[in-house]
Ligand binder design. Sequence first.
Ligand SMILES: Cc1ncc(COP(=O)(O)O)c(C=O)c1O
Length: 312
Amino acid sequence: MNRYNLCCLPTPLHRLDRVNLGIEAWIKRDDLTGFAMGGNKGRKLEFLVADWLSRGVRAVVTCGASDSNFIRQLAVVGRMVGIEVHAAVMDLPFDSAAGRPKGHSTYRGNEVLSIQAGAKLYKEADGDWEDMYESMEQISRDLNNEGVFAEVVPVGGSSPQGVHAFVQASKELNETFDTIVVASSSGSTHVGLATAFHGTATRVIGISADPEPTLVEDFAVLSQAYGERTGGLALTKFDLDLRFVGPGYGVPSEGGRRAQQKLLESEGIYLDPVYTAKAFDGFMNLAAEGVLGSKALFWHTGGMPSIFTEFA
Ligand SMILES: Cc1ncc(COP(=O)(O)O)c(C=O)c1O
């Protein structure tokens, strides 16, 4: 797959000697990918943008939370290369089956940055993710009807290119680990790492930012699409731990708040409330449960602007 260089790679990989979890703990600093405030989405966009440019795509349409990290980085790269960015957004989308979590958010850091970068956000009242997917498809149809070559980008950039980005990212590790723990939501970060380490002694565990147990089925579909695209293997099983979501997607958890303080006070590293705080809560608990082995890696995926979002 072609690549459009955006990130400062490799990101740092270092030990966490002061957090004291009773194991040899390491961190991969994808909060420091260096493009548009860092995070895991810059890696996916390197492969997505190269594809769009090669095919003359004029506009891309995605969806997500107003505070989406993906929309922020997509907005910036779209501006850089002259591709319009449109996004259907809700402040706190939810899964009807899991129920609507209590709370709302204001002062959304990523939303401010996405608008600053020129993205067109179509905000709807909070509702089910499926409704937002339908709005995204409609916006794309409208643009194409107006003669703009527009393409839908799956939520979070979770496409074969997104998976590929993390298969490539895995090659930056020059240490071996018993376990790698990463925040997981739309899935391509987790699927990419799981693909890279499949059949090795390293176990990849995703800590879910969403309450839906069915997400792993979507991961399998994504893996199949990646396998078809590259002629590689398609995985059907993923290690996804749903215990640390707290009240729901986009709403901070008590355990996540404790994890944020712990990592900040011991190592001077910030975590975001929506993904990485919950993932580090999972990392700490799994270390205590003895399932991480003796040497484990926490893959920090960024999300820094969400620290400036206020939740009530
Ligand atoms: C900061 C952060 N971490 C982790 C994730 C999860 O990555 P993925 O969507 O590839 O599962 C996301 C996005 O969803 C994110 O913005």
